[in-house]
Design a protein around this ligand. Structure first.
Ligand code: CUA
Length: 327
């Protein structure tokens, strides 16, 4: 395997320039496998097309050559060669890509400190990240050069967490846990996508990963739990963002997966079963705990339950109220 890896490493250096930046420990390995497959395919593509053109031109039917030239019926040596070479190539590719894949699916990280473990929940149609110390957020936060381990699950259907700059993709499956292990190598903010078709707003199931430049920066972020100005409305706004509500509910009247929350508070909402409900604190509580209990007419019953502390619920109510009073 040695010489082939060497060749592949050289090819990776000449990898196509359209790839995104590399920002994790596994990105280099993934790119090497990709570059190897890419250039291998290129080589055979050019070889086969060139030979096809050559043969078509050279052996075409011409006046004076209407019958095919005599040729051997088969060549054992040639057949062995064109069987053995592709076989060796695919076995090599299988071994190499499996090793790369295993390195990112949660094999215990060797030595470099306790990994930062984050619980990831996929749901229609947003991501939720529970960080150590109890901080939940709609974005993933990690620390540069500190190994991270993600434990993924989903509440409804299969989603897939995809971070192109990390070269990482893993399914989030209801009823089981999947893992991703990596070390971020460059501070910055990178996009997160859902890579498994999961319904109406699949393409908008976006988030981002923030790679902190050091542990202190991460700790500072993980500590900040209360709004700067301490008001209930500010906390409510924060809860609204942190719990991922914003993925399905706009606050400016735009229709998304769920009803917009603009001017909603105190209104009489028409429900799917034909009855009417007044939007107040109790309605809000019930809609969070049992979202299917009172579904607004014209919307699908797709919201997952959202667990809130009592103060968060009060804050959210205050925020909705402030939205109704806004001009
Ligand atoms: Cu979640 Cu596609």
């Amino acid at each position: 395997m040695g010489p082939l890896v060497e060749i592949a490493a050289r090819l990776a250096a000449a990898a196509p320039r359209f790839l995104p930046a590399r920002a994790s420990s596994v990105a280099g390995d993934v790119d090497r496998v990709f570059a190897f497959v890419f250039w291998l395919s290129m080589f055979f593509f050019v070889l086969i097309v060139a030979l096809t053109i050559l043969f078509v031109v050279r052996y075409r039917r011409r006046p004076g050559r209407l019958e095919p030239e005599p040729s051997p019926s088969h060549s054992t040596r040639l057949e062995l060669l064109w069987t053995a070479v592709p076989l060796a190539l695919v076995v090599f590719l299988f071994a190499w890509s499996t090793r790369t894949w295993l390195s990112m699916t949660g094999a215990p990280s060797d030595g470099a400190g306790r990994p930062l473990e984050v619980q990831v929940t996929g749901r229609r149609w947003s991501w939720w990240f529970d960080h150590p110390g109890g901080k939940g957020a709609a974005e993933l936060h990690v620390v540069v050069n500190r190994p991270a381990e993600l434990v993924l699950s989903a509440t409804d259907v299969i989603h897939s967490l995809y971070v192109p700059e990390f070269r990482l993709k893993q399914d989030a499956v209801p009823g089981r846990f999947t893992r991703l292990a990596f070390t971020p190598t460059a501070p910055g903010t990178y996009p997160i996508l859902c890579a498994e078709y999961c319904g109406t707003d699949h393409s908008r199931m976006l988030s981002s990963v923030v790679v902190h430049p050091d542990q202190a920066s991460f700790d500072a972020w993980a500590r900040e739990g209360v709004a700067a100005d301490g008001s209930l409305v500010a906390l409510g706004k924060q809860v609204f963002a942190r719990k991922g509500c914003v993925g399905c509910h706009s606050v400016d009247g735009t229709r998304r997966v769920g009803p917009s929350l603009k001017a909603l508070w105190g209104r009489e909402e028409k429900l799917a079963d034909g009855t009417v409900a007044k939007v107040d604190g109790e309605y809000l509580r019930e809609s969070l705990v049992r979202p299917g209990a009172k579904v607004v007419a014209g919307f699908a019953d797709v919201m997952p339950p959202v667990a809130l502390e009592e103060r968060e619920l009060q804050a959210l109510a205050a925020y909705l109220q402030s939205l109704a009073e806004a001009p």
